[in-house]
Write a protein that binds this ligand. Structure first.
Ligand SMILES: O=c1ccn([C@@H]2O[C@H](COP(=O)(O)OP(=O)(O)O[C@H]3O[C@H](CO)[C@@H](O)[C@H](O)[C@H]3O)[C@@H](O)[C@H]2O)c(=O)[nH]1
Length: 479
C-alpha cells in the first residue's frame, strides 16, 4: 500500500489549481507517495463545470498517482458571496468526506490530510478521527499572520473595525500599518456571519499539525518571521509553518491558444502589451467596463483585456457592453476576450509588459515568477491587504486610485497604465520585480528556503504512523 496524502481544496478553480500544483510538488520530492484530491460538486448539480472537468482529466492523464474523488452534490442555496461559498458547502459535505477518507484508508497508508483553510469545517472529521491534519494557505503569509492573530484581536477589541475612523491605524504583528480600508471586509463586523465563520476557522487552524503557505521568504519576510516567532498567536502555540512557494498554477488551457491570445501576442513587440485580468470571480458593471475601455484607449498602449461583466450581463454581446466603436477603433492595438484566458501562458509571453490585477494571490505570484510589473485593482477578500504589500512594502506594483465605492475612472486607469508602461516609475517597478523573480527562482531551487521547508514537511509526515480506518473501533461519525 502506498503512502498517501489527501488534499481537500476549496470550491473554485483558483483554489483547485493551486492545490493540484501542491500535489505535484509533493510528488516531485516524495515520488513514492500517492495523492488523492477531493472535489466539491456545486449544490443542486450533478457535475462540476466543463473547464474544471477538462482540467481534472488532463491532470489525471499526465499524473497517474494523482487521483480525484468527487464529493456528491448537496441540495441547498448559497447565501454567502461566491468567494466564501465553500464555507457553506464544505460543512454540509462532511459525511461524504468521512466516507471517502474511510474508503481511501482501506487501500493506502493515509499519512495526512491537507485542507484548504476555507474547508476548515472538515476538521470535525479529521480531528475526531485523529488524522494528521495540515492546512494549505492559498493566500500569502500576510493574510495568514492577520488570520492566526484574529482570535486574539477579537478578544482584545473594544470596538469593531467597521466603526474605526479611517485614520485609526491597525497595528498587527508582521504587517505594515493598515487602515480600516486595507483590512478584509469579512473581518470588520462581529455581527456578520462571515466574521464568525472566519473566527472559528482561525481557531481551528491554530490547532492543526502545520500550515503550508504558498509564499517565499523574499516577498513576505516580515510576516513569515512574525509567524515563526509566535508573535501572531501570543496566547497560544503557532503550528509549524512551511513556506513552500511560489507554487504557480498551470491551467489545462495554458497549452492551447484559446481565444487566439498567444498568436496575437506573437505579433506584438516585446514588453509592449498591458494585460488586464481579474481572477476567477472578478466582475464589473457596464459603467465600469465603459471606463476601462476609455482608459485603455486614452493610454495609447497595446492591451489584452479579459472582460467579465456582472452575471446579468453574461448574454450581452461585447459590442453592446463596450463603448460604441471601441472594438473597431482599437483593433490594431488591443485584443478583448470574454471571461477567461490562459493567464499563465500570457504572463509568460515576452510581449507582455504590465498586468492590471485584482491582487488575487495566485495572480500575484504568477506575475512575480514572470517578472511582470503590476497595477493593483483589488476587488474583495484580502486583495486590499495584498495591495499594501505589493505597493508599499515591496514596490513591485503601482496603485490605482479608486473612489469610495471602488469605481475607477477611465482617466485614472489610462494615466496609471501609461505610467507603468512608459514612465521612470514604471521602469523602477519593473527592475524591482525582476529582482523578486530571481529570488522566487532561488527559493524553489536547490538549497532554497522553499525546498528546505518542503523537505521538513515530508519528514513530518514520515514521523506520523499511517492512519487506519480498519479498526472496528473507528466508527463513522456521520453514519
Ligand atoms: O481568465 C483567467 C482568470 C484567471 N486565471 C487563473 O485563475 C487563477 C486565479 O487565482 P487568483 O489570482 O488567486 O484569484 P481568485 O480566483 O480571485 O482567488 C481567490 O483565492 C486567492 C487565493 O486564496 C485569493 O488571494 C483571492 O483573493 C481569492 O479571490 C490564477 O491562477 C489565474 O492564472 C486564468 O487562467 N484565466
Amino acid at each position: 500500500m502506498k503512502d498517501t496524502i489527501v488534499l481537500y481544496p476549496a470550491f473554485g478553480s483558483g483554489h483547485l489549481m493551486s492545490m493540484v500544483e501542491l500535489g505535484k510538488l509533493i510528488l516531485t520530492h516524495n515520488p513514492s507517495f500517492s495523492i488523492k484530491i477531493l472535489i466539491l460538486t456545486p449544490p443542486n448539480k450533478n457535475n462540476i463545470n466543463d473547464s474544471t472537468s477538462q482540467y481534472i482529466s488532463s491532470i489525471s492523464s499526465k499524473f497517474p498517482t494523482i487521483n480525484f474523488h468527487y464529493i456528491p452534490s448537496i441540495s441547498f442555496t448559497f447565501t454567502l458571496p461566491p468567494h466564501l461559498q465553500t464555507l457553506e458547502l464544505s460543512p454540509r459535505s462532511n459525511h461524504h468526506v468521512e466516507h471517502i477518507i474511510q474508503s481511501i484508508a482501506k487501500t493506502s497508508n493515509l499519512k495526512a490530510i491537507i485542507l484548504d483553510f476555507l474547508n476548515y469545517s472538515a476538521t470535525q472529521v479529521t480531528y475526531n478521527l485523529e488524522i494528521p491534519t495540515y492546512f494549505y494557505y492559498t493566500s500569502g503569509a500576510s493574510l495568514l499572520s492577520l488570520f492566526l492573530n484574529f482570535p486574539t484581536f477579537h478578544k482584545n477589541a473594544t470596538i469593531a473595525v467597521k466603526d474605526y475612523s479611517i485614520h485609526t491605524p491597525i497595528e498587527l504583528p508582521g504587517l505594515p500599518r493598515l487602515s480600516k480600508d486595507d483590512y478584509p471586509d469579512e473581518g470588520k463586523d462581529p455581527a456578520s456571519p462571515s466574521y464568525q465563520v472566519l473566527l472559528q476557522s482561525a481557531k481551528t487552524l491554530r490547532e492543526s499539525d502545520g500550515i503550508i503557505v504558498n509564499t517565499f521568504d523574499a516577498i513576505e519576510r516580515k510576516a513569515i518571521k512574525a509567524l515563526r516567532d509566535g508573535l501572531c498567536v501570543p496566547d497560544g502555540i503557532t503550528p509549524s509553518i512551511f513556506c513552500i512557494g511560489p507554487v504557480v498554477s498551470v491551467s489545462a488551457s495554458s497549452e492551447k491558444d484559446e481565444n487566439g491570445c498567444l498568436s496575437w501576442l506573437d505579433s506584438q513587440p516585446s514588453q509592449s502589451v498591458v494585460f488586464l485580468s481579474f481572477g476567477s470571480m472578478g466582475r464589473f458593471s457596464k459603467a465600469q467596463l465603459h471606463e476601462i475601455a476609455i482608459g485603455l484607449e486614452k493610454s495609447e498602449q497595446r492591451f489584452l483585456w479579459v472582460v467579465r461583466g456582472d452575471l446579468e450581463l453574461d448574454d450581452v454581446s461585447l459590442e453592446e457592453l463596450l463603448p460604441e466603436g471601441f472594438l473597431e477603433r482599437t483593433k490594431e492595438k488591443g485584443l478583448v476576450v470574454r471571461n477567461w484566458a490562459s493567464q499563465g501562458a500570457i504572463l509568460r509571453h515576452d510581449s507582455v509588459g504590465g498586468f492590471v490585477t485584482h491582487c488575487g494571490w495566485n495572480s500575484v505570484l504568477e506575475a512575480v515568477c514572470e517578472g511582470v510589473p503590476m497595477i493593483t485593482w483589488p476587488l474583495y477578500a484580502e486583495q486590499k491587504l495584498n495591495r499594501v504589500i505589493l505597493v508599499q512594502e515591496k514596490k513591485i506594483a503601482l496603485e490605482l486610485n479608486e473612489s469610495k465605492n471602488g469605481f475607477v475612472s477611465g482617466i485614472e486607469l489610462g494615466e496609471r497604465v501609461k505610467e507603468l508602461m512608459e514612465a521612470e516609475k514604471g521602469k523602477e517597478i519593473r527592475d524591482t520585480i525582476l529582482k523578486m523573480k530571481k529570488s522566487a527562482k532561488e527559493a524553489r531551487g536547490g538549497g532554497g528556503s522553499s525546498l528546505v521547508d518542503l523537505k521538513m514537511l515530508g519528514d513530518s509526515w514520515q514521523e506520523h504512523a499511517s492512519w487506519n480506518s480498519l479498526s472496528p473501533n473507528s466508527p463513522f461519525l456521520f453514519a
